[in-house]
Design a protein around this ligand. Sequence first.
Ligand code: SF4
Ligand code: SF4
Length: 442
Amino acid sequence: MHCGFCLPVCPTYEVLSEENDSPRSRIYLMRALAEGRLENTDAYDLHVGRCLGCRACETACPAGVEYGSLLERARSRASDHGLPDRLLELGLKALTSRRLAPITWRFGRILRALGLDRLAGRLAPGRLGLAAGMLGATRPAFTSGSDLALRGGPSLPEVRRDLPGSPRVSTYALLEGCVMEGLYAHVHGSTRRTLSRRGHAEVDAPGQGCCGALHAHAGKLEAARALARANIEAFEHSGAELIVTDSAGCGAALKEYPAWFRDDADLRDRAERIAARVRDISELLVDSPVAGSVLGAATASERVDRNTASGDRRSLRVAYDAPCHLLHAQGIRDAPMQALSAAGFEVEPLPSWERCCGGAGIYNIQQPELSDQVLERKLREIREGGYDLVATGNPGCMMFLGSGLARAGMQVRIAHPVELVDLAEGNAGPGPEVSRSYEETS
Ligand code: SF4
Ligand code: SF4
């Protein structure tokens, strides 16, 4: 239609004010290449390469253009991926392969435990410093329920310790993934505990691995399909009724498996059956609340910042920022905020919550300057909003936003929504400030 409705929502168009960096022009370029009308691919590589893959244009498009799917195929045709091809392949292997990834993540955890990521984040130049800052951002936001209060911050919602057991709701297999398993095991822990409280029983899915999203976004579709095949088999054999993800990018990839196998009828059908069973953790937190209560709802007004001399009442200020692959790719808008509200948090969306942060998988390594320009608006809003914490449900967003906040010297934490819900439900050994039970306060 060429209507241009997608232009105002495109972060690269907003930052660069350049028609060639809009969705409409990228589609022109994709079409021209597919029809053999492009002799020189420099413009194609440049402008398609600058696309974040956030898919905000897809949500805005009245004609239903499936931009994400077009982009994955377009990237597989690009000759320049912003990094030398060998380096890109080696990097993807180091992050996702069964043999190398455990070594990479163990090394990352050691650096993180020794605090060397902070040193490298300050001293190392360019992409190395950015990678170190992103590693630092993977630390758990809380070590205990009283952590914030002890540090002079505002108090958390009251914690309920006496949650009743729920009847069994479903069996599920958790997509463990690569970076989530390597650096966000604490988020997986929160996912498992909150699901267990809601009556969901976990079953193993041996043989599962990386979802393939990083490869697909980098234009390595064959490698992505190989990973998808292994996951389809693993989840089929698990017999799980549901496949749960706590990473928006991975969930979106699992739901896109049928499109990855569009030319293979057997695998496409199997992928469709798998995709139909995929749920983001936020959907399950809302669909199957803890039996008998809405946590914290009656206690929100009781929150006291005991560290302010005046005794002013102030609750934790939580901003929500939507991962693009949850909002635009999976169409999940409100569930994370509903889950946080039900757990007793006062949460509000950032003004630009529907817009990409600039992280976009490995984009921030491929296009460091542009991703920082996209991030700038987000940091400004967090600073002006005076938030204590930003909640977002995707590892790439948590890492990139977290590193951006650290680089800007802002003392604002990043957490996955399920970590907060888990904390409000009593996971993390609350201190005396937040230990009263729901019954006592309701
Ligand atoms: S995916 Fe995002 S960055 Fe790419 S064209 Fe669409 S809105 Fe713009
Ligand atoms: S992609 Fe959709 S919104 Fe953008 S110009 Fe084309 S029809 Fe309009």
